[in-house]
Design a protein around this ligand. Structure first.
Ligand code: ARG
Length: 458
């Protein structure tokens, strides 16, 4: 067996780790991307150790300088990560001692990798959530701008994917704005629980050294510190919450993506996706495929999978730290990467979306979507709604037989069903007036959409 490097924790072992075990347990390939946050946390810890005179101030200063130099090495790709050192924490600590000598061995005083990794994950995720909040804001701005640009465009609103009532495209787009607003609220809510300092909990029970956790919290910008060391090292709720919130976001993204796929099909032909965001087929020369929305829809499976994966890792895990927890990295990293990439590209798609207003309007004219309004018209002329519903239904039935729209029947033909119908019915049933009458708050009338856009500052 190849002689592996002596471990930083190797004191009580008489033989070296088996190669297979080393390969199996190492996480450096995955967690090396925590290096900036790991170093940031270690610098705060070292400063605190110095301030509290737990280690000499001079050693603390040496450690800080050494860590900053290591950060530069990694930034420049000059650092050699080694699986023999398992993870990012020990890779950095090993290098620190190489660089500054015995003072490097003092960094880990009053600390365990258990509270260290919990800290790194929180620092990392805090930045990711801030970035996601920003990207979601951009997507919302693009939706609002598109709504403003296409303010008057009328399209069929669907229920059961059957034409239901005409709506403004702008109203439909702003529905997504509101979904993403709730997603942002959820991320902001979860940020408050991510933003808690776990460092100082040691391996499980806390530490005997006179550390100053509030000082570390202040250095790292944590408004709160954890109150129970056992909980602090074993809790991954903040990751579960992040993945839950991200899953809900992906419910929204995938619904939107699916509509873009449908709408860009030749059957709908409501929109055209920008050329730069579509791909062709290697076989069929005529194809322009909506791969980006398809992939967003497909990536939903990954994010849901990561949530379920982590839930499964956490379920039934005895307190406190268990190595199982190392498996939280892939769900977090891949989950956050997937969210960021998808939100970003969705915003670009919205920005470049071409709307075929004549196709949408034509579709909105078909399908008897003004039948509710015909009933409302009769109600306004004192017919009970139930009876008006019946009359309108009969008229639709007649139209289906004749292959005509309601407004294509003559007044005489309409009056066979009710003599309350007058010639003002034709204007009443036009898509624009059907939409325009939905002025009750939250409805699709242009006046409502204009007010909403004003509220949003667009
Ligand atoms: N790489 C480990 C992880 O990600 C760090 C903590 C290791 N702690 C331990 N007791 N082995 O969870």
């Amino acid at each position: 067996m190849k002689q592996t490097r002596k471990k930083l924790w190797g004191g009580r072992f008489s033989t070296t780790t088996a190669d297979s075990v080393e390969a199996f347990t190492a996480s450096i390939a995955v967690d090396s991307r925590l290096y900036r946050h790991d170093i940031m946390g270690s610098i705060a810890h070292a400063k605190m150790l110095g301030k509290q005179r737990i280690i000499p101030l001079r050693d603390a200063q040496k450690i800080v300088r050494g860590l900053l130099a290591i950060e530069r090495e990694i930034d420049r790709g000059k650092f050699e990560f080694s699986p023999a050192d398992e993870d990012i924490h020990m890779n950095i600590e090993r290098r620190l001692t190489e660089k500054i000598g015995r003072a490097g061995g003092k960094l880990h005083t009053a600390r365990s990798r258990n509270d260290q990794v919990a800290l790194d994950m929180r620092l990392y995720l805090r930045d990711e959530v801030a970035e996601i909040l920003r990207l979601l804001g951009t997507l919302q701005q693009e939706l609002a701008k598109a709504a403003k640009k296409h303010l008057d465009v009328i399209m069929p609103g669907y229920t059961h994917l059957q034409r239901a009532q005409p709506v403004l495209l702008s109203h439909h787009l702003l529905a997504y704005y509101d979904m993403f607003e709730r997603d942002r609220e959820r991320y902001a809510g979860c940020l408050a629980r991510i933003n808690v300092l776990p460092l100082g909990s040691g391996a499980i029970a806390g530490t005997t050294f006179p550390i100053d956790r509030l000082y570390v919290a202040k250095l790292l910008g944590f408004p709160r510190i954890s109150k129970n060391s056992i909980d602090a090292v074993s809790d991954r709720d903040f990751l579960l919450e992040f993945l839950s919130v991200s899953s809900i976001l992906f419910v929204h993204l995938s619904r939107f993506a699916d509509e873009l796929v449908l709408w860009s099909s030749q059957e709908f032909a409501f929109v055209e996706l920008p050329d730069g965001y579509c791909t062709g087929s290697s076989m069929m020369p005529q194809k322009k495929n909506p791969d980006v929305p398809e992939l967003i829809r497909g990536k939903t499976g990954r994010v849901f999978g990561h949530l379920l994966g982590l839930l499964t890792i956490m379920k039934g895990l005895p307190l406190a730290y268990n190595r199982d927890l190392q498996e939280d990295k892939v769900p977090l990293f891949d989950g956050a990467d997937t969210v960021k990439a998808s939100v970003k590209i969705m915003a670009e798609i919205v920005r470049g979306l071409k709307v075929r207003r004549e196709r949408m309007l034509a579709a909105a004219r078909d399908g008897f979507m003004n039948a509710t309004d015909l009933a409302d018209y009769l109600v306004e002329r004192d017919m009970p709604f139930r009876q008006a519903h019946e009359v309108s239904g009969k008229i639709v039935q007649r139209c289906i037989g004749l292959g005509k729209r309601i407004e294509e029947l003559s007044l005489a033909e309409l009056r066979v069903f009710s003599n309350k119908i007058e010639k003002d019915i034709y204007n009443y049933l036009s898509p624009a007036s059907v939409v325009g009458r939905r002025r009750a708050l939250g409805g699709t009338s242009k006046s409502n959409v204009v007010r909403r856009l004003k509220e949003l500052g667009v």
